[in-house]
Design a protein around this ligand. Structure first.
Ligand code: C5P
Length: 222
């Protein structure tokens, strides 16, 4: 384990999309690459933290030097996060599917020749961020969530911070025109109890380094 301001600290990071099965060979997913989460885990590692990296099926590989737990579904992700606790901080960068298929089939769904399409029913997934942020005993001292918004970014993110009970929200504007989703850069606003702090548009690695440095400052001050 490294030297640095986070030496001896444990941080849990979630990353990537989740896959929610429809049947054994099909699933519902989203376009998250896992790039920002992987960069955050690497930056925390570089400051000396022990990192538990709980990742859905991402398209970028996990960084080296972190403890990797691979999961598929939101429910598996929650279980893995709970198993990784206690932690000093938790950063929830995963793009968790809000819904899973409630009537997923145990065997591959087949056309039955009737021309009728199957009807999928959905059930709400657990909110991992809110679950951890609202834990009593054992809650990490610092719980950080993300908010991808397309309009009124700061107002929506501040509302989300209150609703989920987390300490910080890293908000970004993912409107198509920003090119941020799937791109190499990010422009974020950090929402804390003290207010909103707009960061310049930066490479995702640099956003990760700044966030890790802020986390180190917060943990070392507290
Ligand atoms: O509500 P929304 O999905 O916009 O919230 C985003 C934040 O909540 C992210 O930090 C995401 O990782 C987290 N989240 C979660 N579990 C869910 C949904 C979102 O941890 N089921």
């Amino acid at each position: 384990l490294g030297e640095g301001p986070l030496k001896g600290r444990h941080v849990v990071v979630t990353s990537g999309p989740t896959h929610e099965p429809i049947d054994p060979v099909r699933y519902i997913a989203n376009r998250s690459s896992g790039a920002q989460g992987a960069a955050i885990a690497a930056a925390l590692r570089d400051l000396g933290a022990r990192v538990s990296f709980v990742t859905g099926p991402a398209s970028v590989p996990p960084p080296g030097g972190v403890g990797v737990v691979r999961v598929e579904t939101a429910r598996e992700m929650l279980e893995a996060v709970e198993a990784a606790l206690p932690a000093d901080a938790a950063v929830f960068a995963a793009a968790v599917a809000d819904w899973r298929v409630a009537n997923a089939a145990g065997s591959k769904m087949k056309k039955d020749g009737s021309g009728r399409a199957p009807a999928l029913e959905f059930a709400e997934n657990p909110d991992i961020l809110a679950t951890v942020a609202r834990m009593g005993a054992g809650r990490p001292a610092l719980v950080v969530g993300f908010a991808a918004e397309t309009d009124d970014v700061v107002a929506h993110a501040a509302t989300k911070r209150a609703r989920k009970g987390c300490d910080w929200i890293v908000a970004n504007d993912v409107s198509a025109a920003t090119g941020i989703m799937g791109g190499a850069e990010n422009a974020v606003t950090l929402i804390t109890a003290e207010g909103a702090e707009e960061w310049p548009r930066l490479p995702k690695d640099e956003v990760a380094r700044r966030l890790a440095a802020r986390i180190a400052r917060a943990l070392c001050a507290g």
